[in-house]
Design a protein around this ligand. Structure first.
Ligand code: ADP
Ligand code: ZN
Ligand code: ZN
Length: 807
């Protein structure tokens, strides 16, 4: 009896399952990754389900069905993992294969490629121009003929001649073109030198090398050893021949994210509040597995996590720690390494290289007890034996994927995993989200509060500065007198401070003071931002939406005047102005311009931590988990950008950001101070931040939202449409909204409306917001159904379920 398998193939446009026969002797299980033929190539696929009879009886189809080529990787998914993926695909209205791609490390399922190899020398043959060029290209570019050269590469390099030239060479049998199965990131090998007991005679110099090897432990990476022993490969080879050492390739695991010296540490004696929290965590049992740890910044939440984790590791269980921003992972990672040792702590996030991700992912599959610390996508970590998930800074919006689909929230997925795998789930935050508080109110999560800092250290005093009065008193600077005095004092006390700016870039837009002309991005409906060039780069105007850039004009393109003004106050401008006021102050800037590559944020934070600067100027990223004891002053240059935002979550977000950034002050021995500059000091958010009135503030916020049926009571889904054609997208959006209105029950259709920034990268964007009564999200049609209701296949459509950005 022939066995058939239905697979999900990694091929755009194919959304259903494809059938293949399973060759005799191949032990294939659901969830295995396989390589299957599709058309004239091979693609990666996942085995989903098996059939025996039905297809076999249909003798016709039997001949059409091709066999599975090979198994790429077997039993990759832990128990329940498949259910998690299906639920994610279903809830976020996303095809399963797309969901799978979000979950798996990149390149696990990659397409196969054609490889070209030279066959014979064309000494006597007359080739056409293209044939000759392709031939010459192949000769110079294929380093080794066994490996060949990829056809794609040839097409890229000789776009005009490749097709015809290659065909000619093929007809003349001068080259072979073969299809090869997909490649995966290969494990990395490194030569390791190991000491043996040699007896043969060797020179003194060689004996010295052997002694050195013995002193450093008898086993070492070859490259390192060559440097250390100041010797050569051939000497080592000789020693190996004489039986003193062996040189063998060992597989190495590429790990990312760890840096700096790690000094081991021991569990601290817990405070009363911390022990209560720990006990509550230890008492969690199915079905009540969720706990919200609401602890002010510096209340010792991390210590609680560490002590809650220890017994789980002893039971050979693994722990997943999700954090919002990679900029802070090194700090947190180091604390975990210090406690449990580097070998069992793995980091997993999208800034790792493909190889690092692949290795970490594979080591998770091993099932050995370990701690995985990662950002959003790590919620898919394939840990088979999960004991606990921790979502630190659970209120943070970076846990939500905006695009592409699935637009999942790591918090939601963590909840599903916790239910499926019966593992404990801890939410930690100083400013818990409305969603998690709602769960507490509904009895779905235990609530534990830690309202005091360790050692009863007082919370920093929050000073609100009314910028209207500054202006009235003739102060035109972006810094109030209060802030200037505080910075001067900080400097003379030799303390450190943080200045928080709500935007990145030098200023938000550039306009002409004479005629008001604003320079816009030619591809988007948004103005360009001015970026001051660092020492080796020139000034530029950049679009934050499509990355378009140009150099700033010297005169106004409209009226030719030379009065260009930079509005807004980005990090660069603040840096300039501060330097003008305090020339001796040492400043570091921390924003997405200065932390573009993998290790830069770590370097900046370490430099600051080590006292190499007095003031750290930065954006949003600074609000997260930074713990630097010497910081006594935190200044918020302007809170207004946060307050005046027409999103129902604006107040919640502003409260969170201001409280979090303020929480960076006074974590060490000295009292901290927070200075918030604003033009609306009487705003309820400002009042609440000033007086640390979290409970009242969120209580009001939650009841307001319930009244209007906004999340977390009701639910939202945002449908986004885009097209090159402004007319088409408008028509499709309006039609879809009309059709949805006809269907609606227990939900409301808001729109269609143009998106806040209507054109981005030449695409016109419209949106429709759907507002569901509690528990009615299920009535949201599928992606396919929505596409039918929209009626225009050329318009792009995507769904964001539980959107965080609705503008
Ligand atoms: P949070 O995560 O709530 O911001 P942390 O766990 O970072 O708080 O703790 C703040 C500081 O207090 C850290 O420097 C930490 O080492 C220290 N700390 C935490 N718990 C204790 C304790 N029980 N005894 C002494 N120091 C502690
Ligand atoms: Zn002008
Ligand atoms: Zn643009």
């Amino acid at each position: 009896m022939v066995k058939y398998v239905r697979v999900l193939a990694d091929c755009p446009g194919i959304e259903g399952l494809l059938s293949y026969s399973v060759p005799e002797g191949m032990e294939l299980k659901a969830g295995d990754l396989v390589n299957v033929p599709l058309g004239n190539r091979f693609v990666g696929a996942i085995a989903i389900e098996f059939t025996h009879l039905e297809l076999e009886q249909n003798s016709e189809s039997k001949y059409l069905i091709k066999p599975v080529d090979s198994i790429i990787s077997s039993s990759i998914f832990p128990k329940y993992y498949w259910q998690l993926l299906e639920r994610t695909a279903d809830y976020y209205r996303t095809p399963l294969i797309q969901t799978l791609k979000a979950a798996l490390p990149p390149k696990l399922l990659t397409h196969s490629s054609y490889r070209i190899r030279l066959a014979d020398s064309p000494a006597e043959i007359n080739l056409s121009e293209s044939g000759k060029n392709v031939w010459e290209f192949l000769q110079t570019h294929s380093k080794n003929n066994k490996q060949g050269i990829s056809r794609k590469y040839l097409y890229q390099k000789l776009p005009k001649q490749a097709v015809r030239g290659l065909r000619e060479l093929q007809t003349l049998n001068l080259v072979s073109v073969e299809l090869e199965p997909p490649t995966r990131p290969k494990p990395k090998y490194e030569d390791v030198v190991t000491l043996l007991n040699g007896t043969a005679e060797i020179s003194d110099r060689q004996q010295e090398i052997i002694n050195l090897l013995q002193r450093i432990g008898g086993e070492v990476n070859k490259t390192e050893f060559l440097k250390l022993a100041k010797t050569t490969s051939s000497t080592l080879k000789l020693l190996a021949e004489k039986g003193y050492i062996t040189i063998q390739a060992h597989e190495v695991q590429r790990k990312g994210g760890k840096a700096g010296k790690i000094i081991s540490d021991r569990p601290k004696e817990l405070t009363t509040a911390q022990s209560q929290a720990l006990t509550a965590i230890q008492n969690l049992s199915s079905p009540n597995l969720q706990l919200l740890l609401h602890g002010v910044t510096g209340s010792g939440k991390t210590e609680v996590y560490l002590q809650a984790i220890a017994p789980l590791l002893a039971q050979a269980k693994s722990v997943l720690v999700l954090v919002p921003e990679i900029g802070l992972t090194p700090q947190l990672t180091n604390r975990f390494c210090a406690r449990f040792g580097e070998s069992i702590v793995n980091v997993y996030h999208s800034r790792l290289s493909d190889g690092e991700r692949f290795d970490t992912w594979r080591s998770m599959l091993s099932g050995e007890a370990q701690i995985v610390i990662g950002t959003r996508s790590a919620v898919f970590a394939p840990l088979p034996n999960l004991g606990m998930i921790i979502l630190d800074e659970e209120h943070d919006s970076s846990f939500k994927q905006d695009q592409p689909q699935p637009c999942y929230h790591a918090r939601t997925l963590a909840q599903w995993r916790s239910q499926l795998e019966k593992c404990i789930l801890i939410f930690g935050s100083a400013t818990p989200s409305a969603e998690t508080l709602h769960q507490v109110n509904c009895g779905e999560a235990i609530y534990i509060s830690m309202p005091e800092r360790i050692g009863s250290k007082p919370m920093p005093k929050v000073n609100i500065v009314d910028m209207r009065l500054e202006l009235a008193n003739g102060n035109r600077s972006i810094f109030s007198k209060t802030l200037k005095v505080a910075i001067a004092k900080m400097q003379s006390d030799q303390k450190q401070g943080i200045l928080f700016i709500h935007r990145r870039g030098h200023s938000t837009f550039v306009s002409c003071r004479s005629c008001g002309y604003v320079i816009n991005c030619p591809h988007c409906d948004i103005s360009l931002s001015f970026h001051l060039g660092s020492s080796n780069r020139i000034n530029s105007l950049i679009c934050h939406y499509c990355s378009f850039s140009q150099s700033p004009p010297i005169t106004c393109p409209s009226c030719n005047s030379c009065y260009f003004k930079h509005f807004g106050s980005g990090t660069q401008r603040i840096e300039q102005e501060i330097t003008a006021l305090f020339p001796d102050l040492r400043i570091l800037r921390f924003d997405s311009d200065t932390t573009r590559n993998k290790d830069q944020h770590l370097q900046i934070l370490e430099a600051f931590q080590q006292g190499e600067a007095d003031l750290l100027i930065g954006t949003q990223m600074l609000t997260k988990g930074l713990d630097i004891p010497q910081v006594t002053l935190v200044g918020v240059v302007s809170a207004d950008g946060l307050l005046n935002f027409s999103d129902f979550r604006a107040s919640e977000r502003a409260f969170q950001i201001l409280t979090q950034v303020g929480g960076r002050a006074g974590r060490g021995a000295d009292l901290g101070e927070v200075i918030i500059q604003t033009y609306s000091p009487e705003h309820p958010v400002i009042e609440a931040v000033k007086n640390y009135e979290f409970d009242q503030f969120m209580h009001t916020e939650l009841s307001d939202r319930t009244l209007l049926n906004y999340p977390p009571t009701g639910q939202l889904a945002l449908i986004r449409l885009s097209s090159i054609s402004a007319v088409k997208v408008e028509k499709a959006a309006t039609q879809l909204a009309d059709n949805l209105r006809q269907l609606e029950s227990h939900w409301q259709v808001l729109g269609a409306t143009p998106a806040l920034i209507t054109r981005v990268a030449d695409y016109y964007r419209w949106q429709i917001l759907l507002k569901f009564e509690p528990k009615y999200l299920v009535s949201l049609p599928s992606l396919e159904e929505l596409k039918i209701l929209m009626g225009d296949k050329s318009v792009r459509l995507s769904i964001d379920v539980d959107p965080l950005n609705i503008l």
